[in-house]
Design a protein around this ligand. Structure first.
Ligand code: EPZ
Length: 416
């Protein structure tokens, strides 16, 4: 099991280039199931979750080729409709095959993803959306079995905002007969990016990126060439790293418009930020000031930046109140931060963080993707050395993270 060692105390300086967004690439790669023919995708990040996605597509009969950040997928030979447990348990986003398989094949059998470290993460709203479109859904032996003739357009309101739930039902609706209206839909940029690719495949989607999406079903879709949008959470993670180390970093190939809430909080905490067309320059102060955050669906403060921000507040001046409203168990990183000397008290969905002058390096354990990023940030400013175990969590969502941090002057190395 790989470990990462970080010796804290260096200010980060220099330039970093952002990779394609994991959470845009996953639904877009699964959308290739909707068309017969060869699609090509650029700027696909090299991540374990992408490997899992391509592996699952190949088991369904999709021809897969990959050259660096370019991926080619041809679903002409699609001949299976089952996503098995051993693949889905590795990556819960595999549930995104449900909508495309139902739309293209009229059937799907997908293992229930089960929970994960940050919560139970049910998919009941995905299934309710498919039923609204006329699918017959059965749950048996840990699998979802879905069948439908041609899906029929419908009006459906999500009980709560769900990103992959919106993406899954949207991918089912594009080939349904008639009009579909999705209300209380997720507004994340990754949803809008998926809809843009689907429209370039011949779908007729309006309103993606807003909370009401209208789809006029079409008979078939054609292959596409697409580029994946920049990863806003990777961008946020580097913004946070520059701010907390008192450094000065230019972040290139990013999309500043996707980070309004994060930029606002970092400015309030004392970071100096200038925004260009596709770049952000951030300078950190001697010491950040405490600010409160409450995670919300986009365009609110993203839950995927909550752990990273908690690392910053752990050494900020003052007291910060952090509320996690999206997932019921997304404070796992708190116990590890506390072992490094952070002063954090949890009460329900709220953590009160009293900033300390310095954290102290320690052996710590990553528990999920963003908690791992939090521990990297803490290690960058802790005294002495921090040793992070179970870094495979990081590899799921950050491309070449230690190389990018080392290029900015961090003392960081991976030991296999
Ligand atoms: C997506 O997960 C992201 N993953 C997550 O990123 C992100 O944290 C999350 O959205 C919130 O922004 C991908 O896009 C692949 P949700 P998703 O459905 O879609 C509840 C990362 O680190 N819910 O928006 O699974 C659910 O339990 C990952 O990259 C239901 O109750 O999240 C949660 O409390 C982590 N029933 C809330 O809604 C459902 O049917 C939001 O979940 C679906 C969701």
């Amino acid at each position: 099991m790989d470990r990462i060692f970080i010796r804290g105390g260096n200010r980060l300086c220099g330039t970093v280039h952002i990779s394609g967004a994991k959470n845009a690439a996953l639904p877009i790669l699964f959308s290739s199931l909707l068309a017969a023919g060869a699609s090509r995708y650029r700027r696909v990040p090299r991540l374990r979750d992408i490997d899992s996605t391509l592996g699952l597509l190949a088991t369904l009969g999709v021809a897969v080729e990959r050259r660096g950040a370019e991926v080619g997928l041809d679903a002409s030979g699609l001949n299976r409709w089952e996503a098995p447990y051993d693949l889905v348990r590795k990556m819960r986003a595999s549930v995104l095959v449900l909508g495309p398989l139902l739309a293209r094949m009229g059937r799907a059998r997908v293992s229930l993803p089960g929970g994960c470290a940050i919560g139970a993460r049910p998919i009941d709203l995905h299934l309710k959306g498919m039923e609204a479109l006329g699918a017959e859904i059965r749950l048996e032996h840990g699998y979802v079995t879905a069948r439908a003739g041609r899906l029929r357009g419908a009006e459906f309101t999500f009980d709560r905002v769900t990103v992959t739930g919106t993406e899954n039902v949207l991918m089912a609706a594009v080939l349904a007969e008639g009009r579909t209206v999705l209300r209380n839909a997720a507004r994340e940029p990754e949803v809008a990016a998926l809809a843009e690719v689907l429209n370039r495949m011949g779908a007729r989607i309006d309103g993606a990126g807003s909370s009401e999406i209208t789809v006029e079903g079409v008979a078939e879709l054609h292959p596409v060439e697409a580029e994946i949008i920049p990863d806003r959470i990777e961008t946020g993670t580097f913004l946070a790293a520059a701010a907390v180390t008192g450094g000065r970093v230019e972040i290139r190939d990013c999309e500043p418009r996707h980070l309004g809430a994060v930029l606002d909080k970092l400015r309030r905490a004392g970071a100096e930020i200038t925004v260009g067309e596709r770049a952000i320059t951030v300078s950190g102060p001697e010491r950040l000031k405490s600010v409160d955050i409450q995670t919300q669906p986009y365009p609110g403060f993203p839950t995927d930046m909550q752990a990273q921000f908690m690392a910053l507040m752990s050494v900020a001046e003052g007291v910060s109140v952090i509320s996690e409203t999206i997932f019921e168990n997304r404070f796992i990183h708190v116990s590890e931060l506390s072992r490094m000397g952070a002063d954090i008290v949890i009460s329900g969905d709220t953590a009160t963080v009293r900033g300390v002058r310095r954290l102290s390096g320690a052996p710590v354990m990553a528990s999920d993707l963003r908690a791992s990023a939090c521990l990297v940030l803490a290690g960058l400013v802790a005294e002495n050395t921090t040793e992070i175990h179970r870094v495979y969590h990081l590899d799921r969502g950050y491309e070449a993270l230690e190389a990018k941090f080392a290029a900015l002057g961090a003392e960081i190395r991976r030991v296999g």
